[in-house]
Every structure is written in structure tokens, then in C-alpha cells.
Design a protein around this ligand. Structure first.
Ligand SMILES: *Cc1c(COP(=O)(O)O)cnc(C)c1O
Length: 315
């Protein structure tokens, strides 16, 4: 699998589960997958190339057109991970935003994932994968013909699956409807524009790339994780990212309520001011993020995460 470094960790998880070698390709200055690096990475053992629309960390859409053409030329699969963008980008395009092609209009794209439980507004636990044709779908089927329990077949990785979740997902999609998705996307994109503008006006901060609504920002002068800690104290919940150090706000429908974007920017300004004035003040998560980003032995960090999961099971 040839996967941009910014592609979701779920690809690494799949590679580990299925014993597929994963090759990471870098991103360019705009945090979009480096297509030239992808070309260099393809060998005769390559099975699939991946691009995100957009990526979870920085909200940037990879050059899907170039990457999928390369996959087509090499006769391998191309997967567009539109988990985050599948229910926003098509509406953004209709609303006149600049959205690069990322879907089956590109002949090299062979599969697409889109999370109904994100911007599809369904409950957690549903997602869809789309294939270019039924022949590809067959690879996910499992059949057992000699089991004493009878003839067994299963179409998905999970065996028993909750029908109620699918029904609830269907209901959410029908209830939201095309107009609902269009309106939600319009509000999200407009709110995100306000927030981006607000961030750009804060001299100590910079936005990574030029995203539509998943806004990652960092600082060349301040410890951005300390700014995040301040925002946490103001009840904002941002994701801490690393390589490079930054945080992101994934704008959702909730943020589009009156006054929320303004309050976020006010709190962010106050946070930046506080860290500027007291750069050495103690904070809670900042040292942990700093350590996790810089520890040379990555297995130690992995071990810490496993211990954390152990604790979750204990509670
Ligand atoms: C949410 C998401 C996924 C899937 O994440 P899981 O936690 O494995 O369900 C994949 N790609 C992107 C870009 C996502 O945002």
C-alpha cells in the first residue's frame, strides 16, 4: 500500500492486520501528497495507492487526479478516503467552492470510503465503502462451505452487525435530505471561513495549507500545545497533532450557531496572549504532547498508549 503520511492511521492498522507492507509518501508544502514520491514508490508488488479527501490532520485534499491516474497507468487500485469529506465536498462543489475532483469521475479511482457517522449526521458506527464495480466488492466476501454449522457466508469484516444502526443511519439521511446537507455544508464552510480569517489575523499563528473546514494551525514562536491547554480550560476540545506540532479544529454544525466562531477567536487570542506573556507557565497536556512528539524510541510511546487502553478497560 502506498499511503501519504497524512492518511488516516486506520490504513496502518489495516496493513498490520492484513500483513500488507505500507509505504509512506511525504506531503508537499501545502500538506498534499507528493505525487512524484508516489510514482517513485510504486513497484510491481504495489496493490493500492491511497489519497485523502480531505486528510484528517490538515483538511487538505490530496492530488487525487494525479495519483489515481498513476494507479490506473500501473494497473493497481486507487482508494479515495473521503471518510471526512464524503458528505461535505460534493455540497461544497455545488456551493461554488473550489473542490478538486476526488470521486468516480476520475477513471483511476476504484474505491471510496465515506463516513455516514460524521457529516452524514448518523449515529456512530456506520460508514460506507463504494466500489467502481461489483467485481471488486467480491474481495470482501467470505464463504465457508464445509462447516458443520451449514453453508456460511459473510459480506463484511464484521460478522454479526447491528441492523438498527443501518436503519437509524438511513432515517438520518432521509430526514436530512439533499437540502439539509447543502444547508449544513454552507453553514460549516462559512463559519470555517470566519475562523480561518480570525486565525490569520493572529500574528503568532499560521494555518497549515489552505483547508476548507478542517483547520490546522501552529506557531513558529509559541508552544502551540500550551495554547491548546488554554483553550481546553475554556471548554474547547481541539485535537493535538504532531510532525509538525499543531492543533486542529474540525468545524461542525455545532460551531455554526450564532456567536460561536467569534467566541472561539476571542478565546484563541486570549490563549495566545497568555502563552506569549508566560511561556514557561506549567500546563497539563503540553509536556505530554511535547514528549510524545520527540521521544526517539517510538515503541515506548506505543507502550504508553497500550497501558492507557488497559486503564480504559479497567474502569
Ligand atoms: C474518521 C476517519 C477515518 C476512519 O476512522 P476510524 O476511527 O477507523 O473509523 C478514516 N479516514 C479519515 C480521513 C477519517 O476522518
Amino acid at each position: 500500500m502506498i499511503v501519504p503520511v497524512t492518511a488516516h492511521a486506520a490504513f496502518e492498522k489495516a496493513a498490520e492486520y492484513f500483513k500488507i507492507k505500507i509505504k509512506r509518501i511525504p506531503v508537499d508544502a501545502d500538506y498534499r501528497a507528493d505525487a512524484a514520491a508516489a510514482r517513485n514508490a510504486v513497484t510491481r508488488n504495489s496493490v493500492v495507492l491511497v489519497g485523502s479527501a480531505p486528510s484528517f490532520p490538515h483538511g487538505m485534499v490530496d492530488p487525487i487526479e494525479e495519483l489515481s491516474e498513476l494507479a490506473g497507468e500501473k494497473g493497481i487500485g486507487f482508494h479515495t478516503d473521503a471518510c471526512l469529506g464524503g458528505f461535505v465536498l460534493p455540497w461544497a462543489e455545488k456551493l461554488g467552492y473550489e473542490v478538486p475532483l476526488f470521486d468516480f469521475r476520475l477513471p483511476g479511482v476504484t474505491s471510496i470510503s465515506a463516513d455516514t457517522h460524521k457529516y452524514g449526521y448518523a449515529a456512530k458506527g456506520t460508514s460506507v465503502v463504494l466500489y467502481r464495480g461489483p467485481a471488486l466488492r467480491r474481495y470482501q466476501y467470505f464463504t465457508s462451505t464445509d462447516w458443520p454449522g451449514g453453508l456460511y457466508f459473510s459480506p463484511t469484516f464484521a460478522g454479526s452487525r447491528p441492523g438498527a444502526l443501518s436503519a437509524a443511519c438511513w432515517a438520518a439521511m432521509v430526514k436530512t435530505g439533499k437540502n439539509g446537507y447543502l444547508t449544513a455544508s454552507r453553514k460549516i464552510l462559512e463559519t470555517a471561513s470566519k475562523i480561518k480569517k480570525g486565525i490569520q489575523e493572529i500574528s503568532d499563528l499560521y494555518i497549515l495549507g489552505d483547508p476548507l473546514w478542517v483547520i490546522a494551525f501552529g506557531s513558529k514562536t509559541l508552544d502551540i500545545y500550551k495554547v491548546m491547554d488554554y483553550l481546553t480550560s475554556r471548554k474547547w476540545s481541539l485535537n493535538g497533532l504532531h510532525h509538525p506540532s499543531c492543533v486542529h479544529l474540525c468545524v461542525t454544525l455545532r460551531h455554526t450557531q450564532a456567536g460561536v466562531a467569534e467566541r472561539f477567536i476571542d478565546d484563541l487570542k486570549a490563549g495566545v496572549d497568555a502563552v506569549r506573556k508566560h511561556p514557561d507557565a506549567n500546563s497539563s497536556m503540553a509536556p505530554i504532547y511535547g514528549m510524545a512528539a520527540n521521544l526517539p524510541v517510538r515503541s515506548v510511546v506505543g507502550d504508553l498508549l497500550e497501558r492507557y487502553i488497559d486503564l480504559l478497560y479497567k474502569i
